[in-house]
Design a protein around this ligand. Structure first.
Ligand SMILES: Cc1cc2nc3c(=O)[nH]c(=O)nc-3n(C[C@H](O)[C@H](O)[C@H](O)COP(=O)(O)OP(=O)(O)OC[C@H]3O[C@@H](n4cnc5c(N)ncnc54)[C@H](O)[C@@H]3O)c2cc1C
Ligand code: FES
Ligand code: FES
Length: 464
C-alpha cells in the first residue's frame, strides 16, 4: 500500500505503484486543476511539489507528475494547485493576475506551483532564482515577460525570510495555507508508520527518477511490477573520500548542483548544470539513470567520462568496479548484467592546474537535449598539456571519449596549430549521423567549435 499526504489529506492506496501521480490526482482524486499537456516532461502543465524530510528539514521540490510513479512519493507530501488555494487568491496567484500573466489559463497552475516551489525551496530570494524556477513551464499564448514580472514580485514576497524555515515563513506570512506548518510533524509520524522500500520480488523494471523510462514506456508502466530505486538511502548522497568524490546512483542532478563538494571543485558548476533539462526534471533525474539509459548525448555521462569516473555495480552476490569508459559496447549495449544495480560513481576531484569545462549545443537553450555536447578535463603545466580527456556526445552510437585526440594532445603546447590538428584527429574518430538534431556535417562542425571553446575557457582560467 502506498501512503502519502496529498495537500492536507492522508492518502492510502492499493492502486499500482507504477501509476503516474498525475493520473492518480486527476482521475482518482478528481483534482483537475493540474493539467495534462505533453505527458513527456516538456511542458510543465502537470507540475506538482513534493516535500520530504531530509536531516530533519522539510524540503520541497517541483517535479513533473506525468513522469513520476506513485511509488516515488511513498511517505512524502504532494502538493497540487488545489493545495495552494486560500480564501481569496494567494499572493502568487495575485501576482500572476496583476501582471496579466495568464491568458487561456491552461499553463497557469503549473507556473503557480513552480513559483510556490521557489518559495518553499529555501533559495535566496533573487529575481533570477524566481524566474529560473519556471524554466520547465511553457506558455503558448501569454508571452513570458508578464510571467517574469510576476516571478519578480514573488521573489519580493520572500525577501524578508532571512534564516526562517521556508515553510514557517510562507504559512506565517499567509503566502500559502497555514496547514503547511503541521506537515513536518505529520511526515515524521508517517515515516515511523511505513516500513521502508517497496520491493516486489517479481520486478521487471527498475525505475529511479522515471524521466527516461516513463517517456519510453508510459502506457505499460502502470501494470509493470517495479523496483523503485529513487528513495533507496543506500543509493543517495554525495561525499568526499580523500581526493575522490563518491556520488550515489540515485543522487539527482539538483543534488549535484547543490553539493558543496561539487561547488568547491567545479567553479562553473551552475552554468554547466543549467544546460541540463529544467528545474522539475533536474529535481528527479538521477545520475544512475543518465548513465544506464546509455543515451549517446547524456549530459552527465559526457561530464563523467571526461572525469574518468569509475562505476560500482552490485548484485545479490558481488560488487564490481568498472571504468565508465568501458561501459558502452555499442548503441545502448552495456557491459552490465541484468541483475546488476549501479550503486555509485566516483572520480578524482580536480586539483590545482586541472581545468574542467562542459559545453552543449541544442536547438533550444533550455529544456532540450544536445545536438552535440562535450566535456574536457586537462592539466596544463608551463603552457604544455600534461594530461587531457575530452569526451563528446551526439557524434557516435555511444557517449565517446576521444581517445586518439587525447593521445595526440598529451605533451603538446597550447596554441592554434595544436588545436587545429586535434580537431582534424577528432573528425577521424567520430561517426555522427544526420537526424532531427542536425546533419552529420553540422555535428562535425559543432564538435570542432566545442573543442575550441574548451581551450578558450582553459586559457581564461589559466590567466585568472
Ligand atoms: C523533458 C526531459 C528533458 C531531458 N533533458 C535532458 C538533458 O538536458 N540532458 C540529459 O542528459 N538528459 C535529459 N533527459 C533524459 C533524462 O532525464 C536523464 O537521462 C536522467 O538522468 C535519467 O534519470 P532517471 O533517474 O529519470 O532515469 P530512469 O528513467 O529512472 O531510468 C533510466 C534507465 O536506467 C536504469 N537505472 C536507473 N538507475 C539505475 C541504477 N541505479 N542501477 C541500474 N539501472 C538503473 C533504469 O532501469 C532505466 O532503464 C531529459 C528527459 C526529459 C523527460
Ligand atoms: S504533461 Fe507536460 S510536463 Fe507533464
Ligand atoms: S496562458 Fe495559455 S498557455 Fe499560457
Amino acid at each position: 500500500m502506498i501512503k502519502f499526504i496529498l495537500n492536507n489529506a492522508a492518502i492510502a492506496t492499493s492502486l499500482p505503484p507504477g501509476m503516474v501521480l498525475l493520473d492518480f490526482v486527476r482521475y482518482h482524486q478528481h483534482l483537475t486543476g493540474t493539467k495534462v499537456g505533453c505527458n513527456e516532461g516538456d511542458c510543465g502543465a502537470c507540475t506538482m511539489l513534493v516535500g520530504e524530510l531530509k536531516d530533519n528539514e522539510l524540503r520541497y521540490r517541483s517535479l513533473t507528475s506525468c513522469l513520476t510513479p506513485l511509488g516515488n512519493v511513498h511517505g512524502k507530501h504532494v502538493v497540487t494547485i488545489e493545495g495552494l488555494n486560500m480564501e481569496g487568491l494567494n499572493p502568487i496567484q495575485q501576482a500572476m493576475y496583476d501582471e496579466s500573466a495568464t491568458q487561456c489559463g491552461f499553463c497557469t497552475p503549473g507556473f503557480v506551483v513552480s513559483l510556490a516551489g521557489f518559495c518553499l525551496s529555501g533559495q535566496s530570494a533573487t529575481p533570477q532564482n524566481a524566474i529560473a524556477a519556471v524554466d520547465g513551464n511553457i506558455c503558448r499564448c501569454t508571452g513570458y515577460k508578464s510571467i517574469e514580472r510576476a516571478a519578480v514580485k514573488v521573489a519580493q514576497l520572500m525577501q524578508a525570510r532571512q534564516d526562517t524555515e521556508p515553510v514557517s515563513f510562507v504559512s506565517d506570512n499567509h503566502i500559502l495555507p497555514d496547514w503547511f506548518a503541521g506537515i513536518k510533524q505529520r511526515l515524521h509520524l508517517l515515516r515511523t508508520e511505513l516500513n521502508g522500500q517497496l520491493h516486489p520480488t517479481d520486478a521487471r523494471e527498475w525505475v529511479s527518477g522515471g524521466t527516461d523510462v516513463y517517456v519510453k514506456k508510459h502506457d505499460i508502466m502502470k501494470e509493470t511490477p517495479i523496483r523503485f530505486l529513487f528513495n533507496d538511502s543506500n543509493l543517495k548522497g554525495i561525499s568526499q573520500q580523500g581526493n575522490r568524490c563518491i556520488i550515489g546512483a540515485a543522487a539527482t542532478v539538483t543534488d549535484l548542483y547543490e553539493s558543496p563538494i561539487m561547488q568547491q571543485h567545479f567553479p562553473r558548476l551552475a552554468d554547466h548544470i543549467k544546460l541540463v533539462s529544467s528545474t522539475p526534471i533536474r529535481n528527479i533525474a538521477t545520475v544512475g539513470g543518465n548513465l544506464i539509459n546509455a543515451s549517446p548525448i547524456g549530459d552527465l555521462t559526457i561530464f563523467l567520462l571526461a572525469l574518468d569516473a569509475t562505476l560500482v555495480f552490485t548484485n545479490d552476490e558481488q560488487q564490481r568496479e568498472l571504468p565508465l569508459r568501458q561501459l558502452y559496447k555499442g548503441y545502448k549495449k552495456l557491459d552490465r548484467q541484468a541483475d546488476e544495480q549501479l550503486a555509485a560513481v566516483s572520480f578524482e576531484l580536480p586539483g590545482r592546474n586541472m581545468h574542467f569545462n562542459f559545453e552543449k549545443v541544442s536547438k533550444r537553450t533550455n529544456l532540450d537535449i544536445a545536438s552535440v555536447n562535450s566535456a574536457c578535463c586537462c592539466v596544463i603545466e608551463n603552457e604544455q598539456i600534461r594530461d587531457i580527456r575530452i569526451s563528446a556526445g551526439g557524434v557516435a552510437p555511444v557517449p565517446k571519449l576521444l581517445e586518439q585526440t587525447n593521445a595526440f594532445l598529451k605533451g603538446q603546447p597550447v596554441n592554434d596549430t595544436t588545436i587545429n590538428q586535434a580537431i582534424t584527429i577528432a573528425q577521424s574518430e567520430i561517426t555522427p549521423i544526420s537526424d532531427a538534431r542536425g546533419t552529420e556535417a553540422y555535428k562535425r562542425l559543432l564538435l570542432g567549435q566545442l573543442i575550441k571553446a574548451h581551450f578558450m575557457m582553459v586559457s581564461q582560467n589559466s590567466v585568472h
